[in-house]
Design a protein around this ligand. Structure first.
Ligand SMILES: *Cc1c(COP(=O)(O)O)cnc(C)c1O
Length: 365
């Protein structure tokens, strides 16, 4: 039995009539860019997060990029972030002319080690950009306290954490901006690219509204050089259908994670932790094993899916060689890149499938 990392078809089959009606509705309405679907989604997502505003954009990468610009981050500034993430996190920092400054991670949640943030603060530091990796919140109390103490902005990368919670509040509701991706395989996924920024501060959201639409508030009057970065109406209509089900989708992921915990018991692999006061939404189910490459090879041979998120930390990527960082400089991150292995997870995964994957892992060890 071969089990894919994600299966988007099962979910689509359950909602296909509603999806077809939603997409057709947009086509018949002929408002394709900035219309009622996008607005409804923005309102629903702001409310879900308990913040005043949400602004749809073209991708999660754009959400980060525009949020940093709206937060006033620019040339020569430094932004403290994690090296253990998808490259878009750091790219957004580079796009505004700022420099990513990487802090090492915790070996269990794989999120930024907040105890190391203050050592990296200089007079150029303007923001902290935590990532809620794999769907588990970063330590937001500590991050917010440091930001207040040093007058820094906080932009959260919530691309993998839609619906995740920290002390009863949703990720994306803590910082000056929360940045979401609707890439198809994300917990709330569109059928193409899309993203959103949540913000409580109306200045932040107004600036986002302008930046995403060519720096314009009134048509053909441009206050600044902006971008073409809008969430299109077809994607928004699809997302409105899926958003209603997001809690149940996340429950499905949590159920699968509990089955994994049960069936991996006694194997000795490090399974994902869920901190007290946190709600993990398992965008990935990532285990940690010493001889990871050999284990993965055996899983590949058995035609069992698994993935490495991420094999190369950002500070050692060719794209960031100009930062001049050496191997060994961020040891916890570098160790993680050699030991993590993500197993198939999606809301509709059955216990039978989880058991099959867990058995394959047990044999591969
Ligand atoms: C997916 C992802 C992004 C980028 O989102 P896109 O919508 O693909 O641009 C950014 N950060 C993280 C951590 C991601 O997983």
């Amino acid at each position: 039995m071969s089990i894919p990392m994600v299966d988007l078809k099962i979910q689509y089959d359950e909602i296909k009539e509603e999806i077809s009606a939603a997409v057709l509705g947009v086509i018949q309405n002929t408002t394709f860019i900035l219309g009622p679907q996008g607005k409804a989604l923005e309102q629903a997502i702001a409310q879900y997060h308990g913040v005043k505003h949400a602004v749809g954009v073209a991708s999660g990468t754009d959400a980060l990029h525009l949020a940093l610009r709206a937060a006033g981050i620019g040339h020569g500034d430094e932004v403290i972030t994690t090296p253990f993430t998808f490259i878009a996190t750091a790219e957004a920092i580079s796009y505004v002319g700022a420099v990513p400054v990487f802090v090492d991670i915790l070996p269990d949640t794989f999120n930024m080690d907040t105890a190391q943030i203050e050592m990296k603060i200089t007079e150029r530091t303007k923001a902290i950009l935590p990532v809620h990796l794999y769907g588990h919140a970063a330590d937001m109390d500590e991050i917010m306290a440091i930001s207040v103490k040093h007058g820094l902005k906080v932009v959260e990368d919530c691309a993998q954490s839609f619906g995740a919670e920290y002390k009863g509040r949703k990720t994306g509701a803590f910082g000056h901006a929360g940045c979401f991706s609707f890439f198809p395989s994300k917990n709330l996924g569109a059928y193409g690219d899309g993203g959103m920024v949540t913000a409580d501060d109306p200045k932040m959201s107004e600036r986002m509204l302008s930046l995403r639409n060519h720096g314009s508030k009134v048509r053909y009057y441009h206050d600044e050089v902006g971008y073409n970065s809008r969430l299109d109406e077809i994607q928004a209509a699809i997302l409105n259908v899926k958003f209603k089900r997001i809690d149940s989708y996340n429950d499905g992921r949590r159920r699968a994670a509990a089955w994994y915990a049960k069936h991996l018991e006694g194997t000795g692999v490090q399974i994902p932790v869920e901190r007290k006061d946190c709600k993990h939404v398992y965008h990935q189910y990532t285990i940690r094993v010493k001889n990871r490459d050999a284990v993965k090879q055996r899983l590949d041979d058995a035609k069992m899916s698994s993935m490495i998120y991420y094999p190369v930390p950002l500070h050692l990527q060719a794209a960031y060689k100009d930062l001049g960082m050496k191997a060994g400089s961020l040891p916890a991150t570098e160790a993680a890149t050699k030991e993590v292995l993500s197993l198939p997870i999606f809301p509709e995964l059955t216990e039978e499938q989880v058991k099959t994957v867990a058995e394959a892992v047990r044999k591969a060890l």
